[in-house]
Design a protein around this ligand. Sequence first.
Ligand code: GDP
Length: 461
Amino acid sequence: MYRRNAGRQPSEHLVSKLRSHEDLQRRCGPGTAAYSAALEQLKSGKSPAASPECRYLVSISYRGLGNRILAAASGFLYALLTGRVHLVDPSNQMDDLFCEPFTGTTWLLPPGFPLVDYQSFYLHTAQRYGKMRENRVLRPESPDAPVSGGQATAAVAVLPAFAYIHLDYNQTDYDQLFFCDEDQRLLSNIQWLVVRTDSYIVPGLFLVKAFQDELAELFPERDAVFHHLGRYLFHPTNHVWGLVTRYYRGHLAWARRRVGIQVRVSSWESESPELLKTITTCTQEEGLLPRVLGKDQEPPAVTTTAAAAARRGLTSIAVVVTSLKSWYYEKMKGMYWEQATATGEVVVVDQPSHEEHQLYGVKAHDRKAWAEMYLLSLTDMIVTTGTSTFGYVAQGLGGLTPWVLPRGEVNGTAPPCRRDMSMEPCFHVAPLYDCKRWEDAGKIVPHVRHCDDMPAGLKLV
Ligand code: GDP
C-alpha cells in the first residue's frame, strides 16, 4: 500500500506454477521422509538409478546483499523450471532478513548438510560440473530425450549424487555449458545441484531452448521477471520492516512525489563534485526534480494555483538518497534549502544511513541495506548507479525503469544519466558461447540484449 505504482500483474500460469511449486517444497523439503531419503542418497555418493521424486538445488549465498538477492531469485527460477526444491544457504544473514516465502516449510538449508564444506566449493572442487565435463567424467547424450522432467536416460551408468555448478566471474567455458540444452538434460538426472553465482543468471536461462516455451507462458512480459520473482520471494522480516515503516512515515508518506537516488560509491573513493553535478543535472534535466534559482533570486510570484499550493507547503517532493557516504545528500539538501526552486515546490532531501564502509557478516548493516533497497522501491521515480545490484533490486521491486548514473569516473562529455531499456537486472557474467559456436549472445533472441551499463552483460527487455 506504500507504493503508488501498483506494479505488473503476474500471469495466471505463473500463479498456478508457484502454487504447485510450494506443494513440491512442502512435500520434499526439510523435515520430510523424502528429504531424509535424499540426504542418505547424497551420502552414498550416487544419484538414484531411477528418476527420484524429489530433486534439489542449493544456492550458495555470498558477496553483497544485492548479489545475494539476485542469486536467490535466479536459483528459484531455475528450480521452478526444473522441478527442483530450492534451498538457500542461510549464511550471510539470508536467514535474518527475509520471511519464509513458502508457507508450511523452510527454504533455508538446515544445519547438518552432508556436504559440510559446500560454502567453499570453488574451481578446485572435484564435482564441479565444468570440470567433470572437461575431463569427460560426464557426457551428455542424444538430444532427443526430454529435459526437465527427470525422465532422461543417464549418459553414464552411474551419475554422481551431486554436481557443483560454478557460475562465479571466473567460470570456464565448460562451466558455461550449464546454459546448453544437452547439459540441462544431463543435469536433470543428478539429484542434488549446488550452485554458486552472485549474478542474475535469468537472461541466460532464456537462451536455453528447452526452457523458452515455459518461460514465455510464465512471463508474457519479459521485462518484469525479477519484478515478479522479487515481490514473491523477498519480504522483510519484522525488524527490517520497522526500519522501512518508520522512515516511510517520517520522510516519504506526505510527499506529492517521491524520488529515489542511489549513489553507489566505495569507501575509498573521494567525494566527487563531478558526480554531484551529474546527479543534479540528471534529475533536473530529466524532470525528476525542479531546477533551483540563483542564490539571490527570489521564487516566482504566485501566479498559478499550483504555485500557490506550493507556497503553502502543499506540494512537496521527498528525495530519499541511499549511499555509503553522506556528502552527496548533504550537498543536495543544502542546495534545496539555500536556493528556491523555479516552480516554487519544496524539495526535502534525506538519507536513512551512511555506513561509510561495506561490511560483511554484520546483521545491523545488512538490515539497513535491505531496508534502503526497499525504501528506494517505494518511490515514484528512481535514479540508480550503473552496474549496481543494490540498485537493480530496488528498481525491480518497485517496478520502476531507472535513470542510470555512470559508475566510477564521471566523463564530462557523456550524458549525465540515461533511462534504462527495462527494469530488469543485468546478468554481468553472461555466456559467450551459444552451445555450438562462439556467438554474440546478445543477438540470439530479440528480448535478450546487451546491457547499457555493462556492455558484456545481458538483460531482458
Ligand atoms: P553492488 O556492490 O552495488 O552490486 O551491491 P551489493 O548490495 O551486492 O553490495 C554492496 C553492499 O555495500 C550492500 O549490500 C551494503 O552492504 C553496502 N552498501 C552499498 N551501498 C549502500 C547504501 O546505499 N546503503 C547501505 N545501507 N548499504 C550500502
